[in-house]
Design a protein around this ligand. Structure first.
Ligand SMILES: CSC[C@H]1O[C@H](OP(=O)(O)O)[C@H](O)[C@@H]1O
Ligand SMILES: Nc1ncnc2[nH]cnc12
Length: 333
């Protein structure tokens, strides 16, 4: 009786995800991938399960999580993919359930998170369709987003965030710069990589004014989006090495004699960016499957860091708080 109930539940769930794949996965996941605007699935990987929107102590993830298996190494390598804005792009940037998304990837025991984002370029040399591996962030969000797991009364924590991305992960991704293509243009697609590259995160959903766009250039920023905050902060609070691949779609609003960015201008580059994101992810993942990079084995210097950033004594935390934290760190408290 119990087994037939479970089978029925699984059948109903697979109907919800329109797939005959299992809706649970018991193995260990190696890499989490977050797709942004225009990247709602990865075509390059063999899917083995689809977890319907995962329930976490911080709500449900923005999309089902697709688990894929990559063979070729000594052990199978597993990837968990989720779509930041939902499969139908239903979550605006200020309402993406960022905490649930990162918590789910942490709970699945991902060893790192690779994130993709469509961005506006604030510099002439970063052309639409170029990719950028930023190493710094300027936060211009407006405090509307839940941006921490450690910002409740009775649970205070301060993680370091001076270097918000993983340098080792960026170096690793840059090793595959040659896979980017631009078949219908004489211009090559470049993968910009430098320790000063800075992404501004604005609240949106409206794009910037020309004055704001010029101000961000004066601040020394290179690209702009609406999603790296709080994603990068939450990944850090989960001790997850995190790197965003920014995919340029437009020149924002700073170019004096050009029209400011519109959704149409963004869309016109999404197909090419999506193809390049797929080949980049496929190459990165296959290489990781052959041999796990050192930063994923070691945790990139982040392992254990959170335990020592919490100021509140465990005796002062409520049972409910501790229970939530155990979803992220089953071994710490
Ligand atoms: C449709 S353009 C603005 C939108 O695109 C980017 O989304 P994502 O970072 O998820 O690729 C940007 O952050 C905005 O949310
Ligand atoms: N110009 C822009 N500003 C903010 N987010 C973006 N995503 C793509 N282009 C963008």
């Amino acid at each position: 009786m119990r087994n037939s109930c479970i089978r029925l539940r699984q059948l109903l769930r697979s109907k919800m995800t329109n797939s005959t794949l299992p809706t649970h996965f018991d193995g260990e996941i190696d890499l989490g991938i977050i797709g942004g605007t225009g990247l709602y699935k990865l075509d390059c990987l063999e899917q083995v399960a689809i977890l319907p929107e995962v329930q976490t102590p911080w709500g449900k993830t923005s999309s089902p999580i697709t688990i894929s298996k990559v063979t070729g190494g000594r052990n199978p390598f597993h990837v968990a993919f989720l779509a930041r804005h939902g499969l139908h792009h239903q979550y605006p940037p200020s309402k993406v359930p960022f905490r649930a998304n990162i918590a789910a990837l942490k709970h699945l025991r991902c060893k790192a998170v690779l994130s993709f984002s469509a961005v506006g370029s604030l510099q002439s040399y970063i052309k639409p369709r170029d990719f950028v591996l930023p190493q710094q962030i300027i936060d211009r969000t407006k405090g509307l987003r839940d941006h921490s797991y450690f910002n409740d009364e009775g649970l205070v924590g301060h993680v370091m965030f001076g270097d918000p991305f993983s340098r080792s992960f960026a170096d690793y991704i840059h090793g595959f710069h040659h896979v980017l293509e631009n078949p219908d243009s004489p211009l090559p697609c470049l993968l910009h990589h430098d320790r000063e590259l800075t992404v501004v995160c604005m609240e949106g959903p409206q794009f910037s004014t020309r004055a704001e766009s010029r101000m961000y250039r004066n601040l020394g920023a290179h690209v702009i989006n609406m999603s790296v905050i709080p994603e990068a902060k939450l990944a850090r609070e989960c001790e997850l090495p995190y790197q965003m691949v920014c995919m340029s779609t437009d020149y924002d609003a700073w170019k004096e004699h050009e029209e400011p960015v519109t959704v149409e201008s963004v869309m016109s580059h999404l197909a090419n960016n999506g193809r390049n994101a797929n080949s980049l992810a496929s190459n990165v993942v296959q290489s990781m499957a052959r041999e796990l990079p050192e930063f994923m084995k070691s945790g990139d210097g982040l392992k254990g860091s959170v335990k020592f950033s919490i100021s509140t004594k465990p005796e002062a935390m409520s049972k409910e708080t501790l229970q939530k934290l155990r979803f992220l760190f089953p071994d710490y408290w």
